[in-house]
Design a binder for this molecule. Structure first.
Ligand code: 1CP
Length: 344
């Protein structure tokens, strides 16, 4: 692992010579070389082929000049590996054949064993050999976001059935989350053992919850995941991210993150004040603005960097994933500008 990486230094709130930048979903449909490589192979199958994973992960690093790579995978990969019948449907997302809504369905979810994700370890090893000093970020979905797919049966705007289960049958809810903690911890341990330099826990949909519900029903499970990572790799940066989580940032920080991601709704100086001086922040360009004319985009990037200047560590990123219709040249231009501005 390189200790000179600007990305790792910013995560650890050490001084940097330039502000590091990477993009959530930097690999994927915005890149023509990705679309070409993926032709004829399903999403989940692509995630199981180490050579393909390595190539897709490297594509944005080569093209965009970002400071970190993120493993090409998906949050439902460990669920599929543990035997859950899940498919990733193009243009939809994860779809679960038998939604999990009672104690029997929870009990039927089997634990994950490391050998079921041996292909992930192999992908990480291939990548760390290729990447040299560029850090590789591993990731997993947090228990709430995974539970939402399992309970709803697929993507949901309201997360209504998930909230109904959480409040209506809290013992079933907590049992489900405990199973998901085991699966997530094992999945992250495999990535850490194989050599990732940081991990990101995606609780993408946690912003749908009130702070009280988040603290009561979700934070203890995310904390269990993050503390298990800290136990095996104390110095490894742990990034914790969700969308629309301005009201949850202190709780998400307390769950055991060393870096907290914010979306565009929360100015970075406010995000930094919310998570405290012991944590770095990551974010927070609205991905929609990558479709705007350059002068507009440039002004936004400058504003975000100015707001990040007062933080103890700023990793530039988007507030959520790259949209498929994004021009990769806009991403490359953002990287160039962030690197040209004085570091935080
Ligand atoms: O470059 C990278 O960032 C790595 C790629 C990556 C990541 C980090 C993929 C590939 N998936 C993920 C994580 C992921 N998957 C999250 C957390 C991050 C986020 O909030 O965006 C979530 C919520 C999912 C679930 C998922 N998988 C969705 C969202 C559906 C919804 O609820 O709205 C979708 C569309 C997928 C499929 C998927 N995952 C990744 C890609 C490239 C795709 C599209 C595949 C295809 O259409 O063929």
């Amino acid at each position: 692992m390189s200790t000179t990486s600007e990305f790792l230094r910013a995560c650890r709130r050490e001084s940097v010579t330039r502000r590091p930048v990477w993009f959530m979903r930097q690999a994927g449909r915005s890149l023509p070389e990705y679309r070409k490589l993926r032709e004829g192979t399903t999403m989940l199958e692509s995630c199981r082929r180490p050579e393909m994973v390595a190539e897709i992960t490297l594509q944005p690093v080569r093209r965009l000049g970002v400071d970190a790579a993120i493993l090409f995978s998906d949050i439902v990969v460990p669920l599929a590996a543990a035997g859950v019948d899940v498919d990733i449907q193009p243009g939809v997302g994860p779809v679960i054949a038998e939604p999990v809504r009672d104690a029997d369905a929870v009990a039927a979810i089997r634990p994950l064993a490391a050998d079921q994700v041996a292909h992930v370890a192999e992908s990480v090893r291939l990548l760390t050999a290729e990447l040299g000093d560029t850090p590789l970020i591993g990731f997993a979905g947090a228990p709430f976001t995974l539970a939402s797919y399992l309970v709803e049966g697929g993507p949901s705007r309201s997360h209504a059935r998930t909230k109904a289960l959480m409040h209506g049958a809290p013992e079933v809810w907590h049992a489900l989350c405990e199973r998901l903690v085991q699966i997530t911890v094992e999945f992250l341990r495999v990535q850490v053992a194989a050599g990732v330099s940081a991990v990101q826990l995606f609780d993408s949909w946690a912003g749908a919850l009130s702070e009280a519900d988040y603290r009561r029903y979700v934070a203890p499970h995310s904390a269990a995941v993050l503390s298990a990572v800290a136990a095996v790799a104390p110095d490894l940066p742990r990034i914790h991210f969700g969308v629309g989580t301005g009201h949850l940032l202190p709780a998400m920080a307390e769950a055991g993150a060393t870096v907290v991601g914010a979306d565009w709704r929360t100015p970075l100086d406010q995000a930094s004040a919310a998570v405290g001086p012991d944590r770095a922040v990551q974010g927070n360009l609205d991905p929609a603005l990558l479709l705007a004319p350059w002068p507009v985009l440039e002004a936004e990037v400058r504003r975000i960097c100015a707001e990040g200047d007062g933080t103890p560590g700023h990793v530039f990123n988007l507030g959520h994933g790259v949209l498929p219709e994004t021009d990769p040249d806009a991403l490359a231009r953002v990287v160039e500008l962030v690197h040209a501005l004085p570091p935080a």
